[in-house]
Design a protein around this ligand. Sequence first.
Ligand code: C5P
Length: 392
Amino acid sequence: MSLTGRTIILGVTGGIAAYKAAELCRLLVKAGADVRVAMTEAACRFVTPLTFQALSGKPVLTSLWADGSPDGMAHIQASRDADLILVAPASADFLARLAHGRADDLLATLCLARACPLAVAPAMNRAMWAAPATRRNLAQLAADGVHLLGPAAGEQACGEVGLGRMLEPAEILASLADRFGRGPLAGKRVLVTAGPTFEPIDPVRGLTNRSSGKMGYAVAAAAREAGAEVTLVSGSTCLPTPADVRRIDVETAAEMRAAVLAELPSDVFIAVAAVADYRPDAAAAHKLKKSEAGLKLDLVPNPDILAEVAARPDAPFCVGFAAETERLAEHAEAKRRRKKLPLLVGNLAQDTLGQDTAELVLFDDAGRHSLPRADKQTQARALIRHLATLLD
Ligand code: C5P
């Protein structure tokens, strides 16, 4: 799920959980959202606006009377520009004010003036949560269409244990994703291969390709951000599995092929893996002894997973990667035609291998599209956006 391009007002109210809102702000920004923070006066007593300004990169809204706009209507405008207002933590007092439609501070006014969904993540002592007044307010808010995220049960700052603790920032993000994150690939199944394959020569040696897996993992994460259900078939890498992505570990090209075929049908197949083109005809059962005579290996071609998937009658939308060392366009176009791919991503291997950045060229039926050097996550997001327009 992506929050890319989404404008979110993060409202912070007065409660000890306000410190967790700093982490939430960071996660929202990381998920691509344009975050504007609005704090109540009480929130500013727990965490300073400067913290949120640094995390969101924007001045924090704190007062109805100091917005500096020529017409004094910045709060209405901020509210109109937002795709979502998320109040986390939402104190018992703030929920009460919301339920009554009060506009007695900036955040309450933003909520009242909004033309977008409103989500609240309550945080309060368990007795306040259970109080009849809070129950009434929540029933009213639910009837008004306000989305309730949490709270969780557990140990509270006051030392008591019970319901009322704010959801963890990552849980809030996941809930938002499910409810508001309908990205361009929502409802699509995307299958990605990544990393190298390893073809054993004997129990301790093998043939492999240079591949860190960074690009493939970034593509899987970007597809997930775009709302797809993502399966990542991965050769050996040192990378953590991207959030909310299902990962299947494989070693050889044959295992990768079997894992990929078992995951079909899929809407999209993105082959980023550096699959070894050849494997030893038969791996030795025991470690080969070193010999002065040298060693000759009999290699047989590995199946071309991408070409095989693209040739199936139920072929998904197939995307290939081509790492070349010279004449990129010529080789990439030839590969695209040979494997019958609607989209191929070309790059110069010497510029990309193992690095955190890449310079890519997308080749499709309409021609070429260059993605100037940027970090691999940015490139992966651009690729997924391009792919989504082709799918349309
Ligand atoms: O032919 P070449 O190996 O250069 O093609 C690269 C593209 O094909 C990549 O997308 C790679 O993941 C895929 N491929 C594959 N199976 C192979 C070889 C390459 O899926 N055996």
